[in-house]
Every structure is written in C-alpha cells, then in structure tokens.
Design a protein around this ligand. Structure first.
Ligand code: COA
Ligand code: MG
Length: 294
C-alpha cells in the first residue's frame, strides 16, 4: 500500500488558485508542499478562472523543492470532473481530495491519477494523493479510505469542517475534535500513510500555533496544514526533532546495538528503562531528523 513518495510533508501551505500574487509568493517560500486550491479558498464564481490560473502557475512558476499539489473540489460538488483535468499537467505532482467520505471518493481520484501517469509516461503510483478527513462519515470510514488506492500517501485532518459537521464548537484547546484527530493519526499509521494535522486559522497567533503544532507532533502527526507564510517556520520547528532529542535518540540506538550484540535485551540509560518500543521511537526521531539508522 505504501507509495514510493516518502518525502517529508511537514508544512502543507494552501494558496487560493484564484490569487496569482499569492501563488507567485508561495512558489518561493520553501514550504514542503504547496497546495494550489480550487475548493473552499476559491469563491464559487471564480472556479473556472482558478483552473486556468493554476495551470499557468504550474507551467510558469518555479516551486523549487516544494511539492506541487492541487486541491480539487469534493466528490459531490459537481465541479470535480473538470478540476481533475489538471492531473494531466506535466508539472503536477499530486492531488488533495477534500471531504473524503468513503473508498469510492478516493478511487475516483486515484483512477484519474493512474490515467494521467499513463498519458505522461510516468511509472505507476508516481503521482500522490492526499485525502482530507473532515466529516463524521470520513472518520467512520477511515479504514476503507486508508486502504482504497495505492496513490494515497497521506491522511489530512480537517478540523473546521469536521467540527461543523458534528455540531462541535471549536476552541483553542481543540478537545472537541480530539477523538477524530487521534483516529486520523491512528489509521494513517496502521496503513503506512503520513498524517497531516489540522490548521490554526488564527494566523497572527504564533503562540497558539506553536502550542497546537507541538501537540500534533506529540500525537504522532508528521506535519501540519498552514494558510500563511508566517506559519512555516514555527511549524517546521515543531515537526523537526531538536538537537537534544536527536542526540538522545542516537544514544538510545547506539547503546541498544551494543547490548544487542552482547545478547542482552532491556537496559538502563540515564536511569530510564529502555526496551524495544523506546528503541523504535528513537529510530523514528532519527528518521524525522533525516539521520539513517538500521
Ligand atoms: N500563500 C502565499 N502567500 C501568502 C499567503 C499564502 N497562503 N497568505 C498570505 N500571503 C502573502 C500575501 O500576499 C502578502 O504578501 P504581499 O504583501 O507581498 O502581497 C504577505 O503574505 C502577507 O500577507 P497578509 O497581508 O498578512 O495576509 P493577507 O490579508 O494578504 O491574506 C489570507 C490572509 C488568510 C487571506 C491568506 O493568508 C490566504 O489566502 N490564505 C490561504 C487561504 C486558503 O487557501 N484557504 C483554503 C484552505 S484552508
Ligand atoms: Mg475543509
């Protein structure tokens, strides 16, 4: 099920596809992923214009190392079939599907990506699909969604739409979406997918953003959605292990390897019991820091 595209997706920056100035800016910001939006960031009257502008942006702008994604409209919008034509664009690297409610929604987009791969002479599953879980039905159907299509690389938690779907009242603490937020990260891990966390709509509140991002990282999320350039640095910091965490993880793995060579299992390090789950966690920290370990 795992897609070959295992790139880090710590910052997923949305840009309205109807706003050329912002797309130009987004290209140079160094976000891990830039998501040119056709869905809720674009007014209904501007959808056609946004499709044209996005095609132009993909053709003309240099996005550097940022992954070039487009978010299409939802399955039941009546707009998606036309949006999906952008899959054929030679510079598109993947699609984001909002409001995924079941396997069929994911498969419709996956099939279109497969056709685009053939037309563009790309190897199967080169193009990525990220599915947003942002409704009660999306959470209930997580298992079938997570295993629906081989293009799927990530589940993305949409807290605002989710809260509105179940009638929850959003707070800064985000307790009201905690079950769904935890469910998304759990199913992503079970199916070998990345998990990308909710966004902080109050883009001027950097303390709140740092708190939310740190919480997401602790839950197991590998990245976060963002809507403003100022959100890139704090989110990168939250989802990149600190030098201190990396040094500790390296010591855990090194010490484990010494003990393993001597045929011993659990051991003590700085007064802490270390056994297999902690070694695995340490290896994950090293992987996130971009350090290879066995
Ligand atoms: N991508 C790229 N550039 C962005 C940006 C984004 N998402 N958001 C803001 N900028 C740019 C602005 O163009 C501005 O640059 P400029 O002064 O050189 O033109 C600079 O960053 C500062 O922006 P600021 O004035 O603080 O914000 P704003 O009022 O222009 O825009 C929002 C605020 C919320 C409308 C804007 O951040 C935005 O459109 N975000 C994405 C919305 C979206 O896609 N929603 C759907 C998915 S949830
Ligand atoms: Mg949404």
């Amino acid at each position: 099920m795992q897609n070959s595209s295992m790139r880090a997706r710590r910052t997923l920056l949305y840009v309205p596809g109807s706003d050329w100035r912002k797309m130009e800016k987004a290209a140079g910001l160094g976000a891990d992923c830039v998501c040119l939006d056709l869905e809720d960031g674009v007014a209904p009257s501007s959808k056609a214009e946004a499709r044209t502008l996005i095609a132009k942006a993909l053709s003309e702008l240099d996005f550097g190392n940022s992954e070039r994604l487009v978010r299409v409209n939802a399955a039941d919008s009546g707009l998606q079939a036309e949006d999906l034509q952008l899959a054929s664009h030679p510079n598109l690297q993947g699609l984001v599907l909002p409001k995924a409610a079941g396997a069929a929604d994911v498969q419709t987009v996956g099939t279109r990506l497969q056709q685009a791969e053939q037309a563009r002479s790309l190897a199967p599953n080169t193009l990525s699909l990220l599915a947003q879980i942002e409704s009660a039905m999306g959470v209930v159907n997580l298992k079938e969604i997570a295993s629906a299509d081989p293009h799927l690389v990530a589940l993305v938690f949409g807290s605002e739409d989710f809260a509105s779907d179940v009638g929850a009242i959003r707070t800064d603490e985000a307790e009201e979406v905690f079950y769904a937020r935890s469910a998304v990260v759990t199913y992503a891990a079970a199916f070998g997918l990345q998990a990308i966390d909710m966004l902080h709509v109050n883009f001027k509140d950097s303390a709140g953003l740092r708190r939310l991002a740190a919480q997401g990282a602790r839950l197991g999320y590998s990245g976060m959605q963002i809507v403003h350039p100022d959100q890139i640095a704090p989110v990168l910091a939250a989802f990149t292990p600190s030098a201190e965490d990396t040094a500790w993880a390296q010591r855990v793995v090194d010490t484990y390897e010494q003990h393993e060579a001597e045929g011993r299992g659990a051991f003590a390090l700085d007064g802490k019991m270390i056994d297999m789950p902690l070694v695995k966690a340490a290896r994950r920290v090293l992987a996130r820091a971009g350090i290879a370990s066995k």
